[in-house]
Design a protein around this ligand. Sequence first.
Ligand code: SF4
Ligand code: SF4
Length: 415
Amino acid sequence: MIAPHPAATMRGIASNALECASQRALRFDRVRSVRRATVARDADARYGSLISETLELMETDEEFQTARRRLDELGQRALTKEERTRRRRALDNLGVPSFEAYLDSKGGEALHRAPTTILQVNIGLFCNQACSHCHVESSPLRTKEVMDAKTAEAIVRVLKNSPGVKTLDLTGGAPELHAQFRYLVIEARKLGVDVIDRCNLTVLYEEGQEDLPKFLADNQVKVVASLPCYSEANTDAQRGKGVFERSIAALKDLNAVGYGVEGTGLELDLMYNPGGAFLPPSQETLEVAYRSELRDTWGVEFSRLFTLTNMPIKRFADYLHREGKMSEYMSLLVESFNVAASVGVMCRDLISVSWDGKLYDCDFNQQLDMPVRGTKKTIFDLESCDDLVGEHIVADNHCFGCTAGSGSSCSGATI
Ligand code: SF4
Ligand code: SF4
């Protein structure tokens, strides 16, 4: 479950898309059988929780066990430092001094904070899944990193004082499984702020989430859902066995309340990330393929497709190291550097808040424990998001992941 699908890992952009297409005939047989099974289910029956299955797989997966042992022995800080050193070595071999120097040498605009328009909140690391590429290393074992009411109230206070912030972007973990999720949604909507729910789809079938589609629709929440491939095999290899089937069922349930359906105003965007050490294909081209596959095969509708580059950090960095691909991947990112993509990197107008209220320039920096510059380090220190305007953004060698090819951000390609 944990290693990216080996076939996908070995292939390039075009061949991955091709692989999805060429599996079509094969899949139709499987689709028919899955459809038959789905039809055979009682109409009111729901899929069960994934949590016990995820825990079981983590117990038996050698890579998770090794990662856990190393975490116990060395601690998070030492592991993050080790990971950074590996990226640094790869860049040294390429003669690249630093991301910022490289950006400057290509005529890119230095990284300073503009007025904030998006407040992104990582509400906690607990998740019902444990995906192989997860840059926040979420799983059902992350039960301690959970936002409390005091922190959520501070976020609402800052939102009230920040009229320039148009979007509250809720992520995790599986954000919906956290106690403060619905409070934040309701309070932000009262202020007229758009809310994004970064939804893993399978969460719809966790206990207590029976009314989630209705709750999201009632509050006009935008749903951004992960679906790394329209191939069942590739999706399950990256996200866990049974995830694809549940994801399709969840998309249909979201369609049923109006999500992704033209004229409802309920946005349902999908998020693709590569199944290995290669860049995403063109967002526009892939969207066409997704739309046709999902509509023709499953009757699923969605609004837009976003492509995301795998960042060379955390679980994906472990994978690159294990496979001896760190240098190759960093080289790909550097060689694909695109100065136009650097203009739209999300850290320029986004503040990232962690479950315990600390402030970062983006969610990646949050996971690498690289806080914002300046003296205001937590949401409790902020009067409004304007307090950080003009600050120098904290960049490092992982930033090449945001500027390769068409660029990458939480809203997909940056150009
Ligand atoms: S669903 Fe998202 S947060 Fe959860 S493990 Fe997968 S990538 Fe990480
Ligand atoms: S990793 Fe974060 S700080 Fe670096 S360029 Fe991307 S968004 Fe900005």
